[in-house]
Design a protein around this ligand. Structure first.
Ligand SMILES: CC(C)(COP(=O)(O)OP(=O)(O)OC[C@H]1O[C@@H](n2cnc3c(N)ncnc32)[C@H](O)[C@@H]1OP(=O)(O)O)[C@@H](O)C(=O)NCCC(=O)NCCS
Length: 177
């Protein structure tokens, strides 16, 4: 993947092997793993290398390293394209960088990019109910609650948790075009 997205603080670009040490350092955090369905904890260099090999073998998704202009690698964001469902958005930011607006900046930029590049008009995302920061990030980027909620498994928790589904419907969903 050669796509890049630039925002005022961030560059979203393809992953390289040189990102892996920082990726492992930041991703090896139960507070991140417990917010995902399939992210392992502990998160090891083996996990990261296996993940990157799969990423390079499968070009169908848009997965970006989140690079801060000053700090370097700070997280990951991706749009997962599915044949029979809406594209799905997932993201995390390393804990030292929380609360600085970076997830919001990355999510907004990626949705706008997806619409302008590929005319994608709907993106699905979900968050666990005990993760209001992620719900807030999605709301600020124009995602709306679908009304669907449910229980789903989280590998990091080793149990199910209550998730809330959201959808983005292009710029129109935030009162734009
Ligand atoms: C959720 C996460 C991506 C947020 O990243 P971030 O860069 O800190 O997010 P931002 O700074 O852009 O925005 C966070 C928003 O949530 C708000 N927030 C933070 N904690 C909150 C809480 N407990 N309740 C309600 N809102 C909260 C912040 O105030 C901010 O909103 P504001 O801009 O209106 O003030 C980050 O914490 C993370 O990676 N967590 C673990 C992985 C994860 O949850 N990924 C998403 C899976 S759905």
């Amino acid at each position: 993947m050669t796509h890049q997205i630039k925002t005022s603080n961030l560059l979203l670009r393809a992953f390289t092997a040189t990102d892996l040490p920082k990726l492992v350092e930041l991703a090896n955090n139960i507070k991140i793993a417990q917010m995902f369905a399939t992210m392992p904890y502990p998160y090891t260099m083996d996990d990261a290398q296996t993940w990157l090999a799969k990423l390079h073998a499968d070009n169908s998704n848009y997965i970006f390293a989140v690079i801060h202009h000053g700090e370097g690698f700070i997280g990951r964001i991706g749009l997962y394209l599915k044949p029979t469902a809406l594209p799905n958005l997932g993201y995390w930011i390393g804990q030292p960088f929380w609360g600085k607006g970076y997830a919001s900046e990355a999510v907004s930029a990626l949705t706008i990019w997806a619409e302008s590049q590929f005319n994608i008009k709907a993106i699905q995302a979900d968050f666990f109910a005990d993760n209001p920061a992620s719900g807030r990030v999605l709301s600020k980027a124009g995602f709306l609650r679908t009304g669907n909620t449910g229980m789903s498994y989280s590998l990091g928790r080793k149990t199910k948790a209550h998730h809330i589904d959201m959808v983005w419907l292009g710029e129109t969903s935030v009162g734009g075009r």
